[in-house]
Design a protein around this ligand. Structure first.
Ligand SMILES: [Zn+2]
Ligand SMILES: [Zn+2]
Length: 446
């Protein structure tokens, strides 16, 4: 049977990439340059599985447990987290190559299945320890809390990633660089991340004997819980054996309530990504004495003076079963508007990632700025902020300029006119909103 090509991988390969089922034969490369960008190639499969989860959720239960505000915030975080890689090679890979070039003890052959499996285990164990530190050290938690900030649990939650996490995770893979070639590491660091996509679902209940070895949706649901039994448990990437070995495993029991013990209560992406840093800074200054100050930074997020290193589980808010996710009412028309605008943005973002090598630096910078402005503006709209109208009007004007000068091309050329008309009408609408708000303000002042 002929296989359909999507971004130069076959559908069968695309699916196997997502489930970490690629063989050493088809994913071993001599140089880092030859290693495919599996994460970028997987984008259509992310979208496909998200749609499948929504449809199955509708069929199986009273409706999918997904909300547009939370969904867009998760995708926005995922998009933002990958933007630094447009400007530079990932820090994980750069640090790894540096250690390999300067300090390697031996050179395992890149084309051996043994090397491939060693890297598979090494990266997975590196991830376990990175992830554990990310929960147990407040300074690393400041980055990682982004991933836990959704109060829902679906495939889009997997994409809610932190921008700043990449600045600490690299250190945990360096022992491997003493012997495993960077090209092998570059494959597994991507597979490890990709595997963790499909486990973010409530639809898969129990996988029988696989639950012993693999990190599964059930184990990872526990990891995302704020029930006392879920705190600081199940750090695994692909294999749950690390949690079983190092004493951090907990099986799923009571119904999991998802999210942070103290929910953020916002969908605005900059707040979600960076809010914890000023909070940490404030706690640092308020702590008395150098020992307490250092403890604020290097002990667990739940630590307070006189408490154990990871805090006291009795201090977290009790689960009553009445917890409701933050979901303020907003009009269906505005939901549809934000969703359509987000789809248009996703198209630009995808083109930017795919064409990055052939675009001029100026274009990459311009489009990156446009993506950031769009994520901010759509976040303001979802959060129903007072200055959202001004920001969105500016953004619509910018889109028109980018369309005019050919920086933005629609996915379907036949839709070009409709999209331009939609953006123009949006710009007019938001301008009128701004005028109305001005008049209202003037009336109030008088
Ligand atoms: Zn985590
Ligand atoms: Zn997760």
């Amino acid at each position: 049977m002929a296989q359909v090509e999507v971004n130069s991988v076959t559908v069968s390969q695309g699916v196997r990439i997502l489930f970490s089922l690629m063989t050493p034969n088809e994913s071993s490369f001599a140089t880092v340059q030859e290693v495919p960008k599996y994460v970028n190639q997987a984008t259509p499969y992310f979208i496909g599985l998200i749609l499948l989860e929504i449809v199955l959720g509708w069929l199986k239960t009273d409706g999918p447990h997904i909300k547009i505000n939370d969904f867009i915030t998760s995708l926005s975080a995922g998009m933002m987290s990958r933007l630094p890689q447009l400007m530079m090679r990932s820090l994980e890979l750069s640090a790894y190559i540096y250690v390999w070039n300067n300090f390697r003890l031996l050179e395992l052959p890149w084309d051996s299945a043994w090397t491939w499996w060693l890297a598979f285990l090494g990266v997975d164990m590196g991830y376990y320890w990175f992830h554990r530190f990310a929960h147990e050290l407040n300074i690393l938690w400041a980055a990682h809390q982004v991933h836990h900030s959704s109060e829902y649990y679906n495939l889009s939650t997997a994409l809610r990633q932190s921008v700043t996490q990449q600045f600490s995770s690299w250190a945990f893979y360096l022992p491997l660089a003493l012997m495993v070639p960077p090209s092998v590491f570059a494959v597994h660091i991507q597979f490890n991340l990709l595997y963790q996509f499909w486990i973010h679902t409530e639809l898969v209940k129990d996988l029988g004997p696989l639950e012993w070895i693999l990190n599964t949706p059930s184990h990872h649901r526990v990891h995302h819980g704020r029930n006392p039994y879920c705190i600081d448990k199940n750090y695994a990437g692909i294999l749950i054996i690390w949690d079983r070995m190092f004493g951090t495993f907990a099986p799923e029991s009571d119904e999991v309530v998802y999210g942070l013990t103290h929910p953020l209560g916002t969908f605005e992406i900059w707040t979600v990504e960076f809010l914890y840093y000023p909070y940490l800074w404030q706690r640092f200054w308020e702590a008395e004495g150098i020992s307490n100050k250092l403890s604020v930074i290097f002990k667990g997020p739940g630590w307070t003076p006189g408490k154990p290193r990871l805090g006291d589980i009795a201090d977290i808010p009790q689960i009553t079963g009445e917890e409701m996710p933050h979901d303020p009412v907003w009009s269906p028309v505005m939901q549809a508007y934000v969703f359509v605008q987000f789809l248009l943005l996703l198209d630009v973002y995808n083109n930017l990632l795919m064409d990055q090598k052939i675009l001029s630096e100026m274009t990459v910078l311009l489009l990156t700025a446009y993506v950031l402005l769009s994520l901010t503006s759509l976040g303001f709209l979802i959060d129903q902020r007072a200055n959202a109208a001004e920001m969105e009007m500016l953004r619509c004007v910018l889109i028109m300029a980018l369309q005019q000068f050919g920086y933005i091309k629609p996915l379907v050329p036949q839709l070009a006119f409709s999209i331009e008309a939609f953006v123009l009408i949006s710009a007019v609408y938001w301008s009128l909103q701004c005028v109305n708000q001005r008049i209202d303000r003037m009336k109030k002042q008088n």
